[in-house]
Design a protein around this ligand. Structure first.
Ligand SMILES: Nc1nc2c(ncn2[C@@H]2O[C@H](COP(=O)(O)OP(=O)(O)OP(=O)(O)O)[C@@H](O)[C@H]2O)c(=O)[nH]1
Ligand SMILES: [Mg+2]
Length: 300
């Protein structure tokens, strides 16, 4: 992936600036990671590794922790498998099976697999609890609206605006890992449920999609999705696409994606004046446009 020349450049920087960690902003194969570490003599982390690291720092609830641990185990397991073939090749094609290194890896792999199964069983319980809650909501004749979008777009801030709850909203990536539900009164005796959930990122590690199934499932069952977009972000068009791709990965139907409401947030940070624009331009920070937006939900 990186040519000799570039590696030489990086090596120079590492020595001059006394760097001891290299983060590569793409997905490395286990082999690529090992080769880089051998050449550079420092620790190397790829995009998946760093995202998993951030997720594990953010996880607070039991469910969040379980899901992050699962993603981490799936990641580590795949690394072990490939490292095994790597060792095998190093031995030069002998058919001898059962060398000590291999035995250790097999053992590690089995332990990881057992842990994966244990966590999945625990997560099944989470899923059935969720199912129960959904049934209750259906009974109460609530429509549910799920806030989706790129990480840091302002979903939690908007959730707080709408529900008057105090979901943590911070200027960091992946502040929210769990799903929270709140009730909103729209007037005329009508209530809706609003769901705040984990944010997305481009090239999201597949291990995360797989392990966050219980959380992402809420999106499959929500009646309407609201795509929250940070309009002050120059790259917002691309982030909108990433959200749609991620929803597809989470098995959300095309029909629901097509019906999705888009709301442009952080207009207070944008140099343009949106005050006379359509109702979907808001600031969850100043409260601008929120009442109009809320009123627009009554027609669903
Ligand atoms: N100026 C301004 N800041 C906002 C607005 N909405 C949210 N923010 C800020 O943007 C940052 C991210 O907001 P969050 O609500 O945590 O974003 P999120 O989409 O929930 O992010 P994740 O949970 O990481 O996916 C916070 O520092 C908010 O205070 C807005 O309309 N205007
Ligand atoms: Mg959030």
């Amino acid at each position: 992936m990186l040519g000799k020349g570039i590696i030489g450049e990086i090596l120079k920087y590492i020595l001059i600036k006394k760097i001891n960690l290299l983060i590569v902003n793409s997905i490395l194969s286990p082999r690529q990671q090992k080769n880089l570490e051998d050449r550079l003599k420092i620790k190397v982390i790829d995009r998946t590794g760093i995202i998993l690291e951030i997720f594990s720092k953010r996880a607070k609830s039991k469910e969040g922790k379980l899901q992050v641990e699962l993603a981490d185990l799936i990641y580590r397991k795949s690394r072990l498998v490939r490292a095994w073939t790597h060792l095998e090749r190093q031995r030069g094609g002998t058919t001898f099976i059962g060398g000590p290194g291999e035995l250790q890896i097999e053992l590690d792999r089995r332990l990881i697999q057992e842990k994966i199964i244990r966590i999945k069983t625990n997560l099944k319980k989470v899923k059935s609890r969720r199912n129960q809650q959904r049934k209750l909501r259906k009974k109460a004749n609530f429509k549910t609206f799920a806030l989706v979008g790129y990480t840091n777009a302002g979903k939690s801030k908007l959730f707080n605006c709408l529900t008057k709850k105090k979901q943590s909203s911070k200027n960091v990536m992946f502040e929210t890992l769990d799903t929270k539900t709140g009730r909103v009164y729209l007037g005329k005796n009508k209530y809706i449920g609003v769901i705040d959930t984990v944010g997305f990122i481009n090239n999201i590690p597949t291990q995360l999609i797989e392990s966050f199934k219980a959380t992402l499932e809420e999106l499959v069952y929500a009646d309407v999705l609201i795509n929250v977009i940070d309009i002050s972000d120059l790259d917002y068009k691309n982030k909108e696409k990433v959200t749609i791709e991620t929803l597809r990965m989470a098995n959300v139907s095309e029909e629901k994606i097509n019906k999705m409401i888009t709301v442009y947030n952080k207009i207070d940070l944008s140099p343009y004046n949106f005050s006379s624009e359509s109702m979907n331009y808001i600031s969850a920070y100043t409260g601008q446009g929120i009442e109009k937006f809320k009123a627009s939900l009554i027609k669903y």
